[in-house]
Write a protein that binds this ligand. Sequence first.
Ligand SMILES: Nc1ncnc2c1ncn2[C@@H]1O[C@H](COP(=O)(O)OP(=O)(O)OP(=O)(O)O)[C@@H](O)[C@H]1O
Ligand SMILES: [Mg+2]
Length: 309
Amino acid sequence: MTRDHHQRVIWTIGGGKGGSGKSFITTNIGICLSKLGARVILIDADLGGANLHTFLGILPPGPTLSDFIKKRVSHLKEALIHTGVPNLQLLTGAQDLLNAADAKSAQKRKLLRSIKSLESDYILVDLGGGNALSVLDFFLMSDGGILVATPEPTSIENTYRFLKSAFYRRLRQAVSSFSAKSLIDEAMDRKNEAGIRTPYELLREVRRINEEDGRKMVEEAATFHPNLILNQVRSKKDIEIGFSIRSACQKYFGIQLHYLGYIVYDQDVGNSIRKRRPLVLENYRSKAAQCVSEIASRLADSHRMPHGI
Ligand SMILES: Nc1ncnc2c1ncn2[C@@H]1O[C@H](COP(=O)(O)OP(=O)(O)OP(=O)(O)O)[C@@H](O)[C@H]1O
Ligand SMILES: [Mg+2]
Protein backbone atom coordinates (compact mmCIF):
# COMPACT_ATOMS: atom_id res chain seq x y z
CA MET A 1 0.00 0.00 0.00
CA THR A 2 1.40 3.38 -0.96
CA ARG A 3 0.59 6.87 0.18
CA ASP A 4 1.78 10.20 -1.11
CA HIS A 5 3.37 12.69 1.26
CA HIS A 6 0.05 14.51 1.76
CA GLN A 7 -1.18 11.30 3.39
CA ARG A 8 -4.13 11.22 1.02
CA VAL A 9 -5.56 7.74 0.98
CA ILE A 10 -7.83 6.26 -1.64
CA TRP A 11 -10.07 3.38 -0.65
CA THR A 12 -12.22 1.59 -3.21
CA ILE A 13 -15.34 -0.26 -2.10
CA GLY A 14 -16.57 -3.03 -4.37
CA GLY A 15 -17.07 -6.71 -5.01
CA GLY A 16 -19.79 -8.93 -3.80
CA LYS A 17 -23.33 -8.95 -5.02
CA GLY A 18 -25.66 -6.06 -5.72
CA GLY A 19 -27.34 -4.92 -2.55
CA SER A 20 -24.60 -6.07 -0.16
CA GLY A 21 -24.37 -2.53 1.26
CA LYS A 22 -21.44 -0.93 -0.57
CA SER A 23 -23.10 2.47 -1.04
CA PHE A 24 -24.50 2.54 2.49
CA ILE A 25 -21.05 1.70 3.87
CA THR A 26 -19.17 4.14 1.60
CA THR A 27 -21.44 7.01 2.61
CA ASN A 28 -21.47 6.29 6.32
CA ILE A 29 -17.76 5.51 6.68
CA GLY A 30 -17.11 8.76 4.81
CA ILE A 31 -19.27 10.70 7.26
CA CYS A 32 -17.61 9.05 10.27
CA LEU A 33 -14.16 9.99 8.94
CA SER A 34 -15.33 13.56 8.31
CA LYS A 35 -16.68 13.70 11.86
CA LEU A 36 -13.21 12.71 13.06
CA GLY A 37 -12.00 15.94 11.45
CA ALA A 38 -10.65 14.54 8.18
CA ARG A 39 -11.44 16.01 4.76
CA VAL A 40 -13.27 13.37 2.79
CA ILE A 41 -14.39 13.01 -0.82
CA LEU A 42 -16.85 10.31 -1.88
CA ILE A 43 -16.68 9.21 -5.51
CA ASP A 44 -19.62 7.44 -7.07
CA ALA A 45 -18.29 5.09 -9.75
CA ASP A 46 -21.12 2.57 -9.75
CA LEU A 47 -21.72 1.46 -13.34
CA GLY A 48 -25.23 0.25 -12.75
CA GLY A 49 -26.79 2.97 -10.66
CA ALA A 50 -25.01 5.89 -9.09
CA ASN A 51 -26.97 6.72 -5.95
CA LEU A 52 -24.64 8.11 -3.30
CA HIS A 53 -26.47 11.45 -3.62
CA THR A 54 -29.67 9.71 -2.48
CA PHE A 55 -27.90 8.22 0.54
CA LEU A 56 -26.80 11.76 1.36
CA GLY A 57 -30.26 13.20 0.73
CA ILE A 58 -29.15 15.62 -1.96
CA LEU A 59 -30.57 16.17 -5.45
CA PRO A 60 -29.04 14.45 -8.49
CA PRO A 61 -25.88 16.42 -8.93
CA GLY A 62 -25.09 19.02 -11.56
CA PRO A 63 -21.40 18.89 -12.47
CA THR A 64 -19.86 15.42 -12.69
CA LEU A 65 -16.59 13.73 -13.42
CA SER A 66 -17.78 13.36 -17.03
CA ASP A 67 -17.76 17.14 -17.33
CA PHE A 68 -14.10 17.04 -16.39
CA ILE A 69 -13.28 14.21 -18.79
CA LYS A 70 -15.13 16.03 -21.58
CA LYS A 71 -13.29 19.23 -20.59
CA ARG A 72 -16.46 21.15 -19.70
CA VAL A 73 -14.81 22.00 -16.40
CA SER A 74 -11.07 22.61 -16.29
CA HIS A 75 -10.23 21.23 -12.87
CA LEU A 76 -11.64 18.20 -11.18
CA LYS A 77 -12.33 20.21 -8.04
CA GLU A 78 -14.97 22.18 -9.99
CA ALA A 79 -16.98 18.97 -10.26
CA LEU A 80 -17.06 18.47 -6.48
CA ILE A 81 -20.43 18.86 -4.80
CA HIS A 82 -20.95 20.06 -1.26
CA THR A 83 -22.98 17.52 0.65
CA GLY A 84 -24.13 19.66 3.54
CA VAL A 85 -21.99 17.52 5.86
CA PRO A 86 -18.92 19.48 7.01
CA ASN A 87 -15.65 18.22 5.45
CA LEU A 88 -17.52 15.92 3.05
CA GLN A 89 -17.73 16.39 -0.71
CA LEU A 90 -19.10 14.21 -3.48
CA LEU A 91 -17.95 13.50 -7.02
CA THR A 92 -20.24 11.56 -9.33
CA GLY A 93 -20.13 10.48 -12.95
CA ALA A 94 -17.10 8.21 -12.62
CA GLN A 95 -19.17 5.40 -14.12
CA ASP A 96 -18.61 6.91 -17.56
CA LEU A 97 -14.94 6.26 -17.26
CA LEU A 98 -15.27 2.73 -15.93
CA ASN A 99 -17.84 2.02 -18.61
CA ALA A 100 -15.56 2.99 -21.44
CA ALA A 101 -14.30 -0.42 -22.50
CA ASP A 102 -11.56 1.27 -24.47
CA ALA A 103 -10.38 3.47 -21.62
CA LYS A 104 -6.66 2.89 -21.79
CA SER A 105 -4.70 2.08 -18.70
CA ALA A 106 -2.74 5.30 -19.21
CA GLN A 107 -6.01 7.30 -19.25
CA LYS A 108 -7.14 5.64 -16.04
CA ARG A 109 -3.84 6.38 -14.40
CA LYS A 110 -4.13 10.00 -15.51
CA LEU A 111 -7.57 10.25 -13.99
CA LEU A 112 -6.32 8.62 -10.83
CA ARG A 113 -3.57 11.22 -10.66
CA SER A 114 -6.19 13.99 -10.98
CA ILE A 115 -8.22 12.36 -8.23
CA LYS A 116 -5.14 12.11 -6.06
CA SER A 117 -4.44 15.80 -6.62
CA LEU A 118 -7.73 16.74 -4.92
CA GLU A 119 -7.40 18.43 -1.57
CA SER A 120 -8.53 15.72 0.78
CA ASP A 121 -7.38 13.29 3.42
CA TYR A 122 -9.54 10.36 2.37
CA ILE A 123 -11.13 9.50 -0.93
CA LEU A 124 -13.68 6.70 -0.89
CA VAL A 125 -14.75 5.25 -4.24
CA ASP A 126 -17.97 3.26 -4.55
CA LEU A 127 -17.21 0.86 -7.41
CA GLY A 128 -20.60 -0.81 -7.55
CA GLY A 129 -21.11 -4.53 -7.93
CA GLY A 130 -19.47 -5.68 -11.12
CA ASN A 131 -16.03 -7.03 -11.81
CA ALA A 132 -15.43 -5.51 -15.23
CA LEU A 133 -11.76 -5.10 -16.01
CA SER A 134 -11.85 -1.35 -15.45
CA VAL A 135 -13.46 -1.91 -12.04
CA LEU A 136 -10.69 -4.37 -11.16
CA ASP A 137 -8.08 -1.88 -12.36
CA PHE A 138 -9.48 0.84 -10.15
CA PHE A 139 -9.63 -1.57 -7.24
CA LEU A 140 -5.97 -2.46 -7.82
CA MET A 141 -4.75 1.09 -8.41
CA SER A 142 -6.18 2.41 -5.15
CA ASP A 143 -4.30 2.39 -1.86
CA GLY A 144 -6.71 -0.11 -0.38
CA GLY A 145 -9.50 -2.19 -1.85
CA ILE A 146 -12.43 -3.06 0.40
CA LEU A 147 -14.81 -5.89 -0.44
CA VAL A 148 -18.29 -5.89 1.03
CA ALA A 149 -19.94 -9.28 1.41
CA THR A 150 -22.97 -10.56 3.25
CA PRO A 151 -23.06 -13.97 4.94
CA GLU A 152 -25.11 -15.47 2.10
CA PRO A 153 -23.31 -18.18 0.09
CA THR A 154 -23.99 -16.37 -3.20
CA SER A 155 -22.39 -13.21 -1.89
CA ILE A 156 -19.37 -15.12 -0.58
CA GLU A 157 -19.02 -16.87 -3.93
CA ASN A 158 -19.00 -13.49 -5.71
CA THR A 159 -16.41 -12.21 -3.29
CA TYR A 160 -14.03 -15.07 -4.10
CA ARG A 161 -14.68 -14.56 -7.79
CA PHE A 162 -13.89 -10.85 -7.52
CA LEU A 163 -10.76 -11.52 -5.47
CA LYS A 164 -9.50 -14.14 -7.87
CA SER A 165 -10.09 -11.88 -10.88
CA ALA A 166 -8.39 -8.94 -9.19
CA PHE A 167 -5.48 -11.08 -8.02
CA TYR A 168 -4.90 -12.68 -11.44
CA ARG A 169 -5.15 -9.28 -13.11
CA ARG A 170 -2.53 -7.95 -10.74
CA LEU A 171 -0.27 -10.94 -11.40
CA ARG A 172 -0.75 -10.47 -15.12
CA GLN A 173 0.41 -6.86 -14.84
CA ALA A 174 3.46 -7.98 -12.85
CA VAL A 175 4.86 -10.65 -15.17
CA SER A 176 6.80 -9.74 -18.32
CA SER A 177 6.83 -12.74 -20.62
CA PHE A 178 4.08 -13.33 -23.14
CA SER A 179 3.95 -17.01 -22.15
CA ALA A 180 3.30 -16.20 -18.46
CA LYS A 181 0.64 -13.65 -19.39
CA SER A 182 -1.20 -16.13 -21.60
CA LEU A 183 -0.97 -18.81 -18.92
CA ILE A 184 -2.63 -16.40 -16.44
CA ASP A 185 -5.33 -15.61 -19.04
CA GLU A 186 -5.92 -19.32 -19.41
CA ALA A 187 -6.07 -19.86 -15.66
CA MET A 188 -8.90 -17.28 -15.43
CA ASP A 189 -11.11 -19.85 -17.15
CA ARG A 190 -12.01 -22.34 -14.46
CA LYS A 191 -12.21 -25.13 -16.98
CA ASN A 192 -8.81 -24.38 -18.51
CA GLU A 193 -7.08 -27.20 -20.36
CA ALA A 194 -3.86 -26.84 -18.38
CA GLY A 195 -5.85 -27.97 -15.33
CA ILE A 196 -4.87 -24.89 -13.26
CA ARG A 197 -7.38 -24.50 -10.42
CA THR A 198 -5.61 -22.37 -7.84
CA PRO A 199 -3.04 -19.57 -7.79
CA TYR A 200 -0.55 -22.08 -6.34
CA GLU A 201 -0.95 -24.32 -9.37
CA LEU A 202 -0.63 -21.27 -11.61
CA LEU A 203 2.60 -20.28 -9.87
CA ARG A 204 4.02 -23.79 -10.34
CA GLU A 205 3.27 -23.63 -14.07
CA VAL A 206 4.68 -20.12 -14.50
CA ARG A 207 7.85 -21.14 -12.66
CA ARG A 208 8.25 -24.04 -15.02
CA ILE A 209 8.26 -21.77 -18.08
CA ASN A 210 9.85 -18.62 -16.64
CA GLU A 211 11.65 -18.61 -13.30
CA GLU A 212 11.92 -14.78 -13.21
CA ASP A 213 8.18 -14.29 -13.72
CA GLY A 214 7.54 -16.89 -11.01
CA ARG A 215 9.60 -14.77 -8.64
CA LYS A 216 7.68 -11.63 -9.61
CA MET A 217 4.41 -13.41 -8.93
CA VAL A 218 5.49 -14.37 -5.43
CA GLU A 219 6.52 -10.75 -4.75
CA GLU A 220 3.18 -9.45 -6.04
CA ALA A 221 1.19 -11.92 -3.95
CA ALA A 222 3.06 -10.79 -0.83
CA THR A 223 1.95 -7.18 -1.32
CA PHE A 224 -1.70 -7.83 -2.18
CA HIS A 225 -3.73 -7.10 0.94
CA PRO A 226 -7.40 -6.66 0.14
CA ASN A 227 -9.88 -5.90 2.92
CA LEU A 228 -13.22 -7.39 3.82
CA ILE A 229 -16.30 -5.99 5.52
CA LEU A 230 -19.06 -8.45 6.30
CA ASN A 231 -22.41 -6.69 6.26
CA GLN A 232 -25.89 -7.64 7.41
CA VAL A 233 -24.70 -10.21 9.96
CA ARG A 234 -27.44 -11.66 12.17
CA SER A 235 -25.55 -14.05 14.46
CA LYS A 236 -22.17 -14.95 15.96
CA LYS A 237 -21.95 -17.68 13.37
CA ASP A 238 -22.30 -15.06 10.63
CA ILE A 239 -19.44 -13.04 12.14
CA GLU A 240 -17.25 -16.14 12.01
CA ILE A 241 -17.76 -16.34 8.25
CA GLY A 242 -15.40 -13.37 7.87
CA PHE A 243 -12.63 -15.35 9.59
CA SER A 244 -13.36 -18.38 7.41
CA ILE A 245 -13.09 -16.27 4.26
CA ARG A 246 -9.79 -14.90 5.53
CA SER A 247 -8.41 -18.41 6.16
CA ALA A 248 -9.62 -19.69 2.81
CA CYS A 249 -7.93 -16.78 1.03
CA GLN A 250 -4.65 -17.66 2.71
CA LYS A 251 -4.98 -21.37 2.12
CA TYR A 252 -6.22 -21.44 -1.47
CA PHE A 253 -5.02 -18.13 -2.92
CA GLY A 254 -1.99 -17.35 -0.79
CA ILE A 255 -3.59 -13.91 -0.22
CA GLN A 256 -3.53 -12.10 3.10
CA LEU A 257 -7.00 -10.63 3.50
CA HIS A 258 -7.74 -8.16 6.29
CA TYR A 259 -11.07 -8.67 7.98
CA LEU A 260 -11.88 -5.03 8.76
CA GLY A 261 -15.04 -5.84 10.66
CA TYR A 262 -18.71 -6.66 10.44
CA ILE A 263 -21.91 -4.64 10.45
CA VAL A 264 -25.02 -6.11 11.97
CA TYR A 265 -28.31 -6.39 10.13
CA ASP A 266 -30.37 -3.50 11.48
CA GLN A 267 -33.75 -2.20 10.35
CA ASP A 268 -32.59 1.32 11.17
CA VAL A 269 -30.44 1.12 8.03
CA GLY A 270 -33.49 0.82 5.76
CA ASN A 271 -35.37 3.42 7.81
CA SER A 272 -32.56 5.94 7.44
CA ILE A 273 -32.32 5.36 3.66
CA ARG A 274 -36.07 5.87 3.31
CA LYS A 275 -35.68 9.15 5.18
CA ARG A 276 -32.70 10.05 2.97
CA ARG A 277 -30.69 10.76 6.09
CA PRO A 278 -27.38 8.91 6.55
CA LEU A 279 -27.64 6.47 9.45
CA VAL A 280 -24.65 7.79 11.39
CA LEU A 281 -26.30 11.23 11.39
CA GLU A 282 -29.89 10.10 11.82
CA ASN A 283 -29.36 7.46 14.48
CA TYR A 284 -25.79 7.32 15.71
CA ARG A 285 -26.69 5.02 18.59
CA SER A 286 -28.14 2.31 16.38
CA LYS A 287 -26.24 -0.96 16.32
CA ALA A 288 -25.29 -0.74 12.64
CA ALA A 289 -24.06 2.87 13.05
CA GLN A 290 -21.84 1.76 15.92
CA CYS A 291 -20.34 -1.02 13.77
CA VAL A 292 -19.69 1.41 10.89
CA SER A 293 -18.12 3.88 13.25
CA GLU A 294 -15.76 1.23 14.65
CA ILE A 295 -14.63 0.27 11.17
CA ALA A 296 -14.10 3.94 10.24
CA SER A 297 -11.96 4.45 13.35
CA ARG A 298 -9.97 1.34 12.49
CA LEU A 299 -9.34 2.73 9.01
CA ALA A 300 -8.38 6.13 10.39
CA ASP A 301 -6.03 4.61 12.97
CA SER A 302 -4.06 2.46 10.64
CA HIS A 303 -4.69 3.36 7.03
CA ARG A 304 -1.21 2.34 6.01
CA MET A 305 -1.66 -1.22 7.11
CA PRO A 306 -5.14 -1.80 8.41
CA HIS A 307 -5.42 -4.44 11.06
CA GLY A 308 -8.44 -6.60 10.95
CA ILE A 309 -10.47 -7.78 13.86
N1 LIG B 1 -26.53 -3.53 7.83
C1 LIG B 1 -27.70 -3.50 7.20
N2 LIG B 1 -28.85 -3.81 7.87
C2 LIG B 1 -30.03 -3.79 7.23
N3 LIG B 1 -30.19 -3.50 5.94
C3 LIG B 1 -29.09 -3.18 5.22
C4 LIG B 1 -27.79 -3.15 5.82
N4 LIG B 1 -26.90 -2.79 4.86
C5 LIG B 1 -27.61 -2.59 3.74
N5 LIG B 1 -28.91 -2.82 3.94
C6 LIG B 1 -30.00 -2.75 2.96
O1 LIG B 1 -29.52 -3.18 1.73
C7 LIG B 1 -29.91 -2.28 0.72
C8 LIG B 1 -28.81 -2.18 -0.30
O2 LIG B 1 -27.75 -1.41 0.22
P1 LIG B 1 -26.78 -0.61 -0.77
O3 LIG B 1 -27.56 0.16 -1.76
O4 LIG B 1 -25.78 0.10 0.05
O5 LIG B 1 -26.09 -1.84 -1.51
P2 LIG B 1 -25.04 -1.82 -2.70
O6 LIG B 1 -24.06 -2.89 -2.41
O7 LIG B 1 -24.52 -0.45 -2.90
O8 LIG B 1 -25.98 -2.23 -3.91
P3 LIG B 1 -25.66 -2.06 -5.48
O9 LIG B 1 -24.62 -3.08 -5.83
O10 LIG B 1 -26.99 -2.34 -6.12
O11 LIG B 1 -25.19 -0.66 -5.68
C9 LIG B 1 -30.22 -0.97 1.41
O12 LIG B 1 -31.29 -0.36 0.77
C10 LIG B 1 -30.53 -1.33 2.82
O13 LIG B 1 -31.91 -1.34 3.01
MG1 LIG C 1 -24.60 0.83 -4.57
